[in-house]
Ligand binder design. Sequence first.
Ligand SMILES: [Zn+2]
Length: 470
Amino acid sequence: MLRFRQLRGRTRTDAARGLAKVRELLPPEYRPLTGPAIESQAATLAVDAAGLRYSVGDLRRLRLYSNAQMLAGEAYVKDGELYGVIIKRPSETLVSPERAAQSAVWAGYVGYSLEGSQRTDEFEQAVATAFNANLEELVRTSERTRLFLNEQRTHADAPTGPEVSAAGVLKDKSARTLMQAIKASGGLLVSDLPKQLPAGDRARIDEIQEKLLSSSLLEQETVIVCSKARTPVLRYASDEDAEALAALNVRCSCGQPVQGEKRERSVTVTKLGRSLVDKSRWMTVLLVEELRSLGVPLEHIFIEQLDGGDEMDCLAVIAGDTVLFELKDKEFSLGHAYSFAAKVGILRPDLSAVITTDKVGNDAREHFERAKKASMEGSRQRTLPVGSAPVFVEGVERLQDELRAIGSTLTLDDANMFFEDVFLQAALSPSRFIAQMSATDAASGSVEAVLPKPRRGGLSQPVKPAGGEA
Ligand SMILES: [Zn+2]
């Protein structure tokens, strides 16, 4: 999954001086992006770049609001990953005169991994040194997330190793069908197992049974069957129990010595099996495990039952946003859509997702489409799906990929906002250049005579000397 990290600190260092120092401190593998682009444009225009920067007023006019606080910035590229540094002015109206003398300096990274933080250490160190700033990681959280985390919920428990591997076995629909049948009857003879499965899957019975036994979802027993009544009379699990039984003078209810009655192998659901099948908790276990592998801490995962339904609900904070997961071990129908919409209405998550082992019914889909159209007005500036339309995950085997996609969407949104600010530093304002042309035109009646001379020693762009002798 793509990762984004941003840090912020306060600085009194002049923006241009600090940026130059960052460039000096970084090894040459970090290639600056916006500075050279500006220099190249200024050389072509034969002007000094400083006078042609977008002003705060320009940015407001262009509706680039987030950029309006910005003083300067630079992006660096290394190994196909992006690093950025931004300096923003404080908003004078909100802070004390003491604080107003300081600017905020931000360091950002978007890349493929944050495992081993030394990946970003070098860059962050350079920014901190150049701006003499204490940088602290900034984890953006939505307003909903801040409220939600204040609500004193109990977070999820970490699933145990056996729970995780058993939940993996239960991804197989036939394995679940078999578990349900055995659980409902309190135990089944092994010889009766194949008929619990649809005809097409009966050939897999040995394989499925073996997986359920080895993951401790089932345990084997021996059943003593009365040969007269053809009903089970006794059952035991271990060889020790068999020996203990043989030592006793026990008779079957028909009068025969038990030792002479027929023995058959049977299976029952273990405590672990019951705990994972009840309320389809195996789905919850898989989801919690996948969320943790995406880097979501347990403290940000909450399991609760919100409203009827057989399955538990899951709420998680991913990349600062609150996500509601609805789990369904069956087709997600129109009825489910209504109760789900009610939950969304109460919890107001930033994003919601429906995870079904089957599929999402067409009527449920249409319901969300209608609701989405109705809520289109007043959508937020962010690119997240808005309104009540959830992300649909059909089939648990798609869970990992879909969660990664959700995580990336939320992360990308943050990274986009950060780097849009930085990349905009690579543009010069055409209106400022034209204003300069107009001013020189008015002053002399000739643009050619007064345009600034091309700078020496700059980039060797084919600049047409505009009346200069360079
Ligand atoms: Zn008998």
